[in-house]
Design a protein around this ligand. Sequence first.
Ligand code: FPP
Length: 228
Amino acid sequence: MDKNKTPLHIGLIMDGNGRWAKKRLMPRSYGHNAGMNAMIKIAEHAKMRGVKYLTVYTLSTENLNRPQEELDGLYGLFRKYFNKNIQKLYKSGAGVKVIGDISVLPDDVQNLLADGEKNSPENSGFTLIFAINYGARSEILRAVNLAIEKGEKLDKGAFDSLLYTDGIPDPDLIIRTGGEMRLSNFLMYQAAYAELYFTDVLFPDFGKAELDKAIEEYSKRERRFGKI
Ligand code: FPP
């Protein structure tokens, strides 16, 4: 496969954990735990394939309305990942970044996420970006309000620097598992020219071969960015 056709940045909407658990007569938290394990494998494989940025949609602004029990389960997974699993990522030379408004999360989780970013190796060749309490509409509104505070008209570059994704190239490919075909408020501004890939596979079942399939499909797409 043409190396140039490897997406530099993949966005991943990890949908289907709840249904995956339900099929096994297990609670939703069981599905999220399986989803975290799938995410870890996908991040390793993406890095191996030459992808430089992987943004994972772990919690949307809308998800915050879910039952407290489910949210507590997700916060538990953040604790697990950022206390333990992250070491393997660091050892491989990769780092993490967080996008979204994390100020509403429990204090210890906020501290763990901040440490996770702070301790990331500089100039890492791969960055795993966690979108947490992230929503594109909130992100854009936040940037607009920051622009108003500045009191001057902005060009695209200046506006981009007010987004959470400042310094991160736009996603080339957005993958959504779980059968739905929509963006659900994920990177809507940055996804202007992203290729979209949808699969019915539930996220915990989304393995290396599934990622290869998505990259293969991406490599066959002709990207014109509005030109002929
Ligand atoms: C959507 O599926 C998924 C989420 C709201 C959470 C995704 C989180 C993970 C995969 C774990 C991430 C890793 C860390 C470190 C926290 P859903 O449960 O809404 O699925 P459904 O549509 O089948 O109900």
